[in-house]
Ligand binder design. Structure first.
Ligand code: MN
Length: 348
């Protein structure tokens, strides 16, 4: 058995054994969960159900705004809860997936105990206080770790779960193009064979509301280019995940190595950074840029940040964009230049 699988065997066994006799189980993901967070939570819930004979509750804060992710929840037919609606005293075991205690991207109260952490971001000091933590930042997706757990515990991965895990790895690593490792590739290839193409198509080609295109338009219209850096501001939005999606989209522009997207949802500013440069770690860069204004974290090529609360009118968000742009250019040792718009002619 390869070393990674050996590790998965050990941790999955520990996780199952820890559940026994401990009361209700809660699985917490990061706010506004993406496919990786949702798939990891579904897989962990399934593992616990099959091996520890317990029904875990999945909870998060924020929204699932992207239609692809809503479809994912519908397909798996699992009722998820809002963290705010739960009485946390009821739970004897708290698990976190795709996030860690105190990172700022989850809304689980900082003063409460977290027992189990399974994640693929860099290991945080606070996480070391948890009873069981399996944090592998060399993995492209948290879903890959959970897939290995199921494999090691010989839990049958049925079509729906396979499809969701496959989609999570696919979207998180952009089809193994970004931040993936050998384990992700193995999981991706194995899961593809078990996936249902009709379900996959339902997820990837889900119908989007007209507002989606309005946001595309807004991202392009508001984008400013500063040499190899592109910054866009979506201002107030209902679907915070759109910021990361538009950042991915705009990163394809020739000559652009960094994209910083900004928006506000529910009185919190949400930032997303994407890079194709191998010279910097996106997570570290965004942490520098945000400074003491908020919290940030991420991987080599992708990162996210949040500033809570961010109240005030659109002007304040514009000023915030200016500050973030200045700081980003400074952190990258680039000259502070005047931004230029992206759209040159409307064609009308
Ligand atoms: Mn993830």
């Amino acid at each position: 058995m390869p070393a990674e699988l050996e590790r998965s065997r050990k941790f999955s066994k520990e996780v199952i054994e820890y559940m026994l006799g401990k009361g209700k189980v809660l699985i917490v993901t990061h706010d506004n969960p993406d496919p990786d967070a949702l798939a990891a939570a579904f897989a962990l819930r399934h593992l616990i159900e099959v091996k520890a004979h317990k029904q875990a509750v999945i909870a998060y804060s924020g929204v699932v705004g992207r239609v692809e992710n809503r479809e994912l929840i519908k397909i798996f037919n699992i009722i998820t809860s809002r963290l705010e609606d739960l009485d946390l005293d009821e739970y004897g075991v708290v698990c976190m997936v795709d996030t860690q205690p105190g990172t700022g991207n989850n809304s689980f109260p900082r003063d409460r105990d977290v027992h189990i952490v399974v994640d693929h971001h860099s290991l945080r000091e606070q996480t070391k206080l948890c009873r069981i933590y399996d944090v592998r930042d060399e993995y492209g997706a948290a879903a890959t770790i959970l897939y290995e757990y199921l494999l090691c515990q010989e839990v049958y991965v049925a079509t729906k779960l396979a499809t969701i895990l496959y989609y999570a790895i696919k979207s998180e690593t952009q089809d193994l193009g970004r931040e993936w490792g050998p384990a992700d590739r193995t999981a991706y290839l194995n899961l593809l064979q078990l996936s249902n193409n009709r379900l996959l198509f339902r997820i990837t080609q889900a119908k989007v509301p007209a507002e989606y295109f309005t946001l595309f338009n807004r991202a392009i219209e508001n984008a400013r280019q500063y040499g190899s850096v592109l910054v866009f501001n979506l201002f107030d939005i209902n679907t915070p995940e759109t910021i990361a999606e538009m950042a991915d989209f705009l990163l394809r522009m020739e000559g652009v190595d960094f994209v910083l997207g900004i928006g506000r949802h529910d009185e919190s500013a949400v930032l997303s950074l994407r890079t194709t440069s191998h010279e910097v770690i996106a997570g570290d860069l965004l942490r520098t840029v945000i400074g003491d204004l908020g919290t940030a974290g991420g991987h080599a090529m992708t990162a996210g940040a949040q500033v809570k609360p961010m109240r005030g009118n659109g002007n304040l968000l514009y000023e915030f964009e200016q500050t973030m742009t200045k700081r980003l250019l400074k952190a990258l040792d680039l000259p502070n230049c005047k931004g230029k718009g992206l759209v040159i002619e409307s064609g009308r």
